[in-house]
Ligand binder design. Structure first.
Ligand code: ASP
Length: 327
């Protein structure tokens, strides 16, 4: 089994590994297996860079870590040029954009919303469900009605480019994931503040061209996100069906609880998924993990998964290690 390069860092200005291709030694800033002081924020993919900057700003200006993970990912929800998060995302096969999100705090309280249409900030609705209802998850028209009652406003966005892409897809209408270009890329964020309090968030428009009504891992606590302030936090990206089957983010946190480093925990979760589903040679799944002491790590099936890391005051993009057992 060939192993990929673990945690090579790139500067904030670029999304590629500074050292170039697979197989190079890690650059100076690696995925940290050591404890780190101060706030640490991790989030998936290149769109995590502005999200992390926002989260850090919230922490530096007196906000809680829960505020930070909510407001951080909200930046990406409001970026209507993003095709995998928020209302700018690609639609399902009926041409309808449906959104999933969840949030969890240090003590494990959580809120989630799924199959939501026409709201700009599903993450804030998820948080409101956590804080204002006896429930954890609301979906579909019930979630929309409740959100309206709570003062959230409907928002619709018409993006001709998205409509055109959907019409193009309809010509063949074939749903075929290809690693890293499946037209997904959730933002999942995990964070710890300077006092050691943790939280996480996850928000997505899900897989492009999905069947209307499909919900992925992203709003599922334990799958797309899991936070346990005693141990750490993890989040996932990639084809959600595989992440749900493995209770992926929960598995990562439990592996850390039993002594695995964050990177080892992510790697074991990826390996479990591959053992069950060896056909994943065209499909990406990746995990991020943050231990309560600030150590962090990531791992994915294929090369190409990167994440934004904010630690000791600076933010940069890091390439995750990967398994890629087919070569
Ligand atoms: N996990 C998301 C989903 O399955 C998509 C992604 O993260 O890329 O909906």
């Amino acid at each position: 089994m060939k192993l990929g390069l673990a945690g090579t860092a790139a500067l904030i200005t670029g999304c590629t590994n500074e050292e170039g291709s697979e197989g190079n030694a890690p650059a100076s800033t690696t995925t940290a297996t050591e404890p780190v002081d101060g706030p640490v924020v991790l989030s998936t993919w290149v769109h995590g860079l502005p999200a992390n900057e926002k989260a850090l700003n919230v922490l530096n200006t007196g906000g809680t870590v829960l505020d930070a993970v909510e407001q951080g990912v909200a930046v990406v929800e409001s970026d209507f040029t993003n095709r995998s998060v928020g209302l700018g995302g690609y639609p399902d096969r009926d041409g309808i954009v449906t959104l999933d999100a969840c949030i969890q705090d240090h003590g494990g309280r959580a809120g989630a919303v799924a199959f939501l249409q026409q709201f700009e900030h599903p993450i804030s609705i998820a948080r409101a469900i956590m804080e204002r209802t006896p429930h954890l998850m609301l979906v579909g028209s019930g979630a929309e009605r409740w959100a309206l009652e709570q003062g959230f406003e409907r928002r619709t966005v018409e993006i001709p480019e998205v409509r055109k892409a959907w019409q193009e897809w309809l010509k063949e209408g074939v749903y075929k994931p290809v690693a890293n270009i499946e037209n997904h890329d959730t933002i999942g964020m995990v964070a710890r503040d300077a006092k050691g309090m943790m939280a996480g968030s996850c928000t997505t428009s899900g897989m492009a061209w999905k069947i209307h009504g499909r919900v992925g891992d992203s709003p599922i606590i334990g799958a797309g996100l899991f936070v346990d302030g005693e141990v750490g936090a993890a989040c996932a990206t990639g084809v959600g069906e595989y992440v749900i089957r493995a209770a992926g983010s929960h598995a990562v946190v439990e592996l850390m609880r039993h002594g695995r480093s964050p990177e080892e925990a992510c790697r074991e979760a990826v390996a479990r998924i591959l053992r069950r589903s060896p056909e994943l040679n065209e499909t990406q799944v990746g995990f991020l993990a943050l231990r309560r002491d600030g150590a962090h790590g990531a791992w994915s099936i294929h090369p190409g998964f990167n994440y934004a890391l904010t630690s000791q005051g600076s933010t940069r993009l890091v390439d995750a290690g990967y398994e890629k057992p087919w070569e």
